[in-house]
Design a protein around this ligand. Structure first.
Ligand SMILES: *Cc1c(COP(=O)(O)O)cnc(C)c1O
Length: 399
C-alpha cells in the first residue's frame, strides 16, 4: 500500500511491459540483499556464500585501521558534510586525503569527488566540448561513455585495444581538432590492461590528450600499487588521470590527480564537483587510511596476486575461457545471457556468489560470469570455489 496517488494505468503498463520484455530476453535485473561485510564470505539473501564479486581487492573496506579512521572522522566532523565544498567550506579530511593522493601518485595536486561516476561525467565535459573529438575504447566503462556524451564532442569508438584503428581515427580527423583519447587503465569487465605505452605514443604524435580511468588498477597494479600507469611505465608521459576510492581503497568516491593548475581548473569547471554535496568526512578519512596501508603493507598486494594465480590456474585447468584477463578480474565467458544466468544460479545454490554480467554492460554474445578475487580469500575458499565452479560449468556444458 502506498499513500501516494496510484500510477495512472497507462504508465503502470508502460513500466510493466518494459520489465516483461527484459524478462523475456533474460535481461531482467534485481537487487539481492547482503547482510554482512562484502567479503571474502558474505551473507547474501540469508545464505553464507564465498563472495567472488566485490572489488574490495585488498580487503581494506573492513581493515580495522580504515574502519577506525572513518569512525573517528565521523565523530569529529559529523555523518554528513553539510553542503558542496565551494559553498560550506571545504572540510579538512578532504584536504588531507587529496594531499595523500597527490603524494602517493607523485603529482602536484588531486581532487576528490563523491563517486567515480561523478568524476567521469564532470571531468570529461570540463576537458573537451562541442568543437572537439573523443576517441574511446569500445569497452570503456559506462561512466566514461556518459561523460563523453555529456561533453557534446564528436564521439568515435575504436576497437578494444586496437592501436591501428585508433591511429586511423587520429590521422583522419580535421586538422586542429582538439582531441581526447579515453580508456580504462584496467578494464572492468575483461580484466585486461590498456596498451598505455602505445596510447601515450599516439597521443604525443597526434597531439591528443589522454583520459585514463584507473578505477581498478589503483592500489593493485605496479610495483608500489600506484596503478596502471606505473605498471606500464608511462607515468612521466601522462599528465593527469582519474581513479576511484571505491575499489582497492575500500571506501567510496573518485579522484583526479595532476598539476596544480589542472586541479584548480577542475574546481572551477566541473559541474559534478560544484553542484553536489561534499563526500562524507568518514569516507575521505577511510580512503586516506587505506592509502597509508597500501604503502605500508605491500604483502596485501602480494597475497592478492597469489590468490589470483591460484584461481586463474584452477579455472584454466578446468577448461574455462578467461578472455584476455591479466588481473584479479576474471571473466568466464559464457556467451548467451540465459546460460550465464543459469550458471550464476547454480553457483549461488552451492555457495558461491558471482554475478552473470549481460548486455548492455557487456557486448551481445559475451555474457559472462565475472569473478573478482581479493587478498582476504583463503586458499581453502579458492579451492572450494573451484569445485563449485566446475560443477556449474559442467551443468551448462561450458566445460
Ligand atoms: C567502478 C568504476 C567507476 C565508477 O566508480 P564509482 O566510485 O563506483 O562511482 C568508474 N570507472 C570504472 C572503470 C569503474 O570500474
Amino acid at each position: 500500500m502506498s499513500n501516494l496517488r496510484p500510477l495512472p494505468e497507462a504508465h503502470h503498463l508502460m513500466f510493466e511491459q518494459h520489465l516483461q520484455k527484459l524478462q523475456d530476453h533474460h535481461l531482467l535485473r534485481r537487487l539481492r540483499t547482503i547482510d554482512s561485510a562484502t567479503g571474502p564470505t558474505a551473507v547474501l539473501e540469508g545464505r553464507e556464500v564465498i563472495l567472488l564479486s566485490s572489488n574490495n581487492y585488498l580487503g581494506l573496506a573492513t581493515h580495522p585501521t580504515v574502519v577506525e579512521a572513518a569512525i573517528a572522522a565521523t565523530r569529529q566532523y559529523g555523518a554528513g558534510s553539510g553542503a558542496a565544498r565551494l559553498v560550506c567550506g571545504s572540510l579538512m579530511p578532504h584536504h588531507t586525503l587529496e594531499a595523500a593522493l597527490a603524494r602517493f601518485k607523485g603529482t602536484e595536486a588531486a581532487l576528490t569527488f563523491a563517486a567515480g561516476y561523478l568524476t567521469n561525467i564532470g571531468a570529461i565535459p570540463a576537458l573537451i566540448g562541442k568543437n572537439g573529438l573523443i576517441l574511446a575504447d569500445r569497452l570503456c566503462h559506462a561512466s566514461l561513455i556518459d561523460g563523453c556524451r555529456l561533453s557534446g564532442a564528436m564521439f568515435r569508438v575504436y576497437h578494444h585495444g586496437d592501436m591501428h584503428h585508433l591511429e586511423r581515427l587520429l590521422a583522419r580527423r580535421p586538422a586542429g581538432t582538439p582531441t581526447l583519447i579515453v580508456t580504462d587503465g584496467l578494464f572492468s569487465m575483461d580484466g585486461d590492461i590498456a596498451p598505455m605505452q602505445d596510447i601515450a605514443q599516439l597521443a604525443e604524435r597526434y597531439d591528443a590528450m589522454i583520459y585514463v580511468d584507473d578505477a581498478h588498477g589503483t592500489g593493485i597494479l605496479g610495483r608500489t600499487g600506484r596503478g596502471t600507469l606505473e605498471y606500464c611505465e608511462v607515468e612521466s608521459r601522462v599528465p593527469f588521470h582519474m581513479g576511484t576510492l571505491s575499489k582497492a581503497l575500500g571506501s567510496s568516491g573518485g579522484y583526479l590527480t595532476g598539476s596544480a593548475s589542472f586541479i584548480a581548473y577542475l574546481v572551477n569547471t566541473c559541474r559534478s564537483f560544484t553542484y553536489t554535496t561534499a563526500p562524507n568526512p568518514g569516507s575521505a578519512a577511510a580512503a586516506a587510511a587505506a592509502l597509508q596501508i597500501i604503502e605500508q603493507e605491500p604483502e596485501r598486494r602480494l597475497r592478492l596476486w597469489e590468490n589470483r594465480a591460484r584461481l586463474a590456474q584452477g579455472l584454466l585447468r578446468l577448461g574455462f575461457d578467461l578472455a584476455a584477463s591479466q588481473s584479479p578480474i576474471l571473466p568466464i565467458i559464457v556467451g548467451d545471457p540465459d546460460r550465464a544466468m543459469t550458471m550464476a544460479q547454480s553457483l549461488f545454490a552451492h555457495g558461491v556468489y558471482a554475478p552473470a554480467i549481460r548486455p548492455p554492460t557487456v557486448p551481445p554474445t559475451t555474457s559472462r560470469i565475472r569473478l573478482t578475487i581479493t587478498a582476504d580469500h583463503t586458499p581453502e575458499q579458492i579451492d572450494r570455489a573451484l569445485v563449485i565452479l566446475e560443477q556449474a560449468g559442467r551443468a551448462i556444458n561450458l566445460i
